[in-house]
Ligand binder design. Structure first.
Ligand SMILES: [Zn+2]
Length: 491
């Protein structure tokens, strides 16, 4: 297996160092990544996080690991402003749009899947939802209470941070000290049931008007946001697993709370390697819907946003994102993605031209060394920008071979072609956008053929057949529309 030949190192947020990756079970990797709270359209910054972990997933698979990749959907418990009081993000959206909370969840989950598919992200092995794991969450709360690290007040259950900190260390991941946290938090306002402002909710009592509610030993309520990830990661990956990832903004308090919940319920530190992806800024500023300094993936693809000169293929956007290391802040601008698009085109043209390359009896280029330098880049904490720089080294020497200034043997050319394809399409997950449109042309041809057959069936009064064709196409999302000009369709 490749993983026996390549030594992968990854930056562990827990130690603050790059560490050699050693999975708990030989040849297998368990990876959990915090998924989206599905209460609005996924924004580009979130997409960057999920593309970063898609790169990690793809590279681990490329190395030959059997990876179980779990990424959750948060469909309850995430409160507005990430606090314990107030309104649930999904319930609030449901109130504004005047639909059921689960319609909100469905709408934005579909949007999330659709966008990530366009970015060519591989789906996770398991995608559990918080509402589907209420029983598991209640069980964890019970074990935390039994171990003395949580208390119940008025139907809500809170995690006792100070008590936990006496036996463990709260702040181990974020490097925060509990004394500083205490002096930096506001005093409780008397309305709160919490013993300390540092405590966080494991279970919240539901007010009568609260729609999303479940029965529990403490009365009707709903789980706290941090708890779901502990419940779902433990269920599908065990009490102790290899990698936990998420956006940098989740490190504290979300991931800190996850560690505390796991330790308090099982006595184990759950994760060996914590990974955090950095954020995406827009024209040098943090993206925020409120200031208008924001861009949605669909706007990026269509070009319908004032900051864009045109639309960009999703794969070009992916290439742009991977040109920065996942731990660096990446700034998005029209100029920057235009430059990426030029680079992407050059890379794709070069790959296509490999077929025409003339071979010689000896190589003046060192393909094996080049290939290892690509692995070295990825082995160094998934350094995609260095990998891409190496890919452009290959572009350079391929062009020199074309100009008869360098030579390559047939065996080396085969090795080069296989490796380039592997790094560009399998590891980076790029797509040939020409290829995508060619596929659409083929699909259009097939649909037109079916429309012709349907017209024939109607002319023969075989309405069962004509309806069958229309209904089967509708099932796969292709709607036929009959008009004066004939039948049209949208893919
Ligand atoms: Zn999470």
């Amino acid at each position: 297996m490749l993983y026996q030949e390549q030594q992968l190192k990854m930056y562990n947020s827990l130690s603050g160092e790059k560490e050699v990756f050693k999975p708990i079970h030989e040849g297998k990797v368990g990876m959990y990544v915090c998924g989206p709270t599905v209460y609005s359209y996924v924004h580009l910054g979130n997409c960057r996080t999920f593309i970063s972990f898609d790169l990690v997933y793809r590279y681990l698979k490329h190395l030959g690991y059997a990876v179980r990749y779990v990424r959750n959907i948060t469909d309850v418990g995430h409160m507005v402003d990430d606090v314990d009081e107030g309104e649930d993000k999904i319930a609030k959206r449901a109130r504004i749009e005047q639909i059921e909370p689960m319609e909100i969840v469905q709408k934005y989950t579909l949007n999330f899947h659709n966008i990530l598919k366009q970015f060519n992200n591989l789906p996770p092995s398991i995608e559990p939802t918080a509402t589907g794991h209420i029983i598991e969450q209640i069980e964890i709360i019970q074990s935390i209470i039994a171990n003395g690290y949580a208390y119940e007040v008025n139907g809500s259950v809170y995690f006792d941070v100070e008590k936990y900190n006496k036996d463990h260390r709260y702040g181990i991941l974020s490097g925060r000290k509990i004394e500083d946290m205490i002096s930096n938090t506001r005093e409780l306002d008397g309305q709160s049931d919490k013993r300390s402002p540092l405590d966080f909710a494991l279970w919240k009592n539901a007010e009568p008007q609260h729609i999303m509610r479940w029965p529990s030993p403490w009365g009707d309520g709903f789980p706290g946001w941090h708890l779901e990830c502990t419940a779902m990661s433990t269920k599908y990956l065990g009490k102790h697993f290899d990698i936990h990832g998420g956006g940098m903004d989740l490190k504290f308090p979300h991931h800190e709370c996850e560690i505390a919940q796991n330790e308090a319920s099982t006595g184990n530190s759950p994760v060996n390697y914590w990974m955090h992806a950095n954020m995406l800024t827009l024209n040098g500023k943090k993206m925020a819907k409120s200031t208008g300094n924001n861009i949605l993936p669909d706007e990026l693809f269509s070009g319908e946003n004032t900051i864009l000169s045109k639309g960009f293929a999703p794969t070009v956007a992916r290439f742009f994102i991977l040109q920065a290391h996942y731990r660096s802040i990446l700034d998005f601008s029209d100029d920057a993605i235009l430059a990426s698009e030029r680079g992407y085109m050059r890379l794709m043209e070069t790959i296509k031209s490999l077929k025409e390359l003339k071979t010689s009896s000896n190589s003046s280029v060192d393909v094996a060394k080049w290939k290892q330098s690509c692995y070295d880049a990825m082995n160094d904490d998934f350094n995609s920008p260095i990998l891409i720089a190496n890919l452009f080294e290959a572009v350079k020497f391929i062009n020199l071979i074309k100009d008869n200034k360098e030579t390559i043997t047939a065996a080396d050319l085969e090795n080069l072609t296989t490796s380039l394809n592997a790094f560009v399409f399998d590891v980076l997950g790029l797509e040939d956008s020409d290829g995508v449109s060619a596929n659409n042309e083929k699909l259009e041809g097939v649909v037109n053929m079916l429309i012709g057959m349907r017209n024939e069936a109607r002319a023969n009064k075989d309405f069962a057949m004509s309806d069958h064709i229309r209904d089967e196409l509708a099932k796969i999302g292709i709607q036929l529309k009959d008009g004066k000009e004939g039948t049209s369709f949208t893919l």
